[in-house]
Design a protein around this ligand. Sequence first.
Ligand code: NAD
Length: 278
Amino acid sequence: MNLQHKLVLGDAAAAATRWGRLAGKVALITGAASGIGKEIACVFAEEGASVAVADLDGELAQSAASQIDPLGRRALAVKMDVSNEEQVEAGMACVVDSFGRIDILISNAGVQMVAPVTEFEFAKWKKLLSIHLDGAFLASRAALRHMYRQNSGTIIYMGSVHSKEGSPLKAPYVTAKHGLIGLAKVVAKEGAAHGVRANVICPGFVRTPLVEKQIPEQARELRISEADVVKTVMLKETVDGEFTSVEDVAEAAVFLAAFPSNALTGQSLVVSHGWSMQ
Ligand code: NAD
């Protein structure tokens, strides 16, 4: 589903809260101004949730929130650098002030940088780990404090097939994505007593700006054509040569967020056209 296909929620806001798999829930999605996070925010709103569109890019976040709900009743833009403790605390407080609670955190914000280990600049290594890992920790901590008071909540981390597999040129990304599985397992164990679940979604390649940027970068590094990056690097191990779609990932997020019991916690769900099988 693209934004053009979305319901115009504005006047339908009250009605929308009465239906949908996430009816009446409040979700904060980081990195929601673009790509996977934006689609999750749209689908969650369609499913009846109020959504906070959190992103480093405040203008794009505002634009996405306005498209989801032009009247701003059930979609709120939050400018937030997930690696900045104060901004994450303030953003979470703003969401709870506006919507009264926080039921779902999608820790999704992320970037990609590619280079061989021997050439990876330390500053870039630290920046990537900070966005993915500090960001996930800070957003989780801020959300959990509210969720524990409510005695309910669910956190979904955006991992990757790179939470399970390695690939050349992606040392900090693979390291961070593996780390998110560890964080999810700890949050699942600590959160259970407070009604909180934690899981990870591990998508294959999805054609978002993050991946579009990588195609020429990898072509240069590997000295192959861009078409060959897609065919022989990104989609080689899939069962059908297809990219995973933002819709596929959003559907998995709804499934995990709406799951009704603690039976599904501490897990990682791979959504990758069979690239990674467990
Ligand atoms: P994207 O580039 O389309 O969106 C990422 C968003 O995160 C952007 O809006 C960006 O502004 C935001 N962001 C970046 N740094 C931030 C920060 N410090 N604080 C807050 N927001 C920040 O990328 P995407 O493909 O939608 O990626 C979303 C997540 O999905 C990432 O964690 C990525 O690693 C993961 N993922 C993507 C793919 C893929 O193939 N696209 C596959 C597996 C996992």
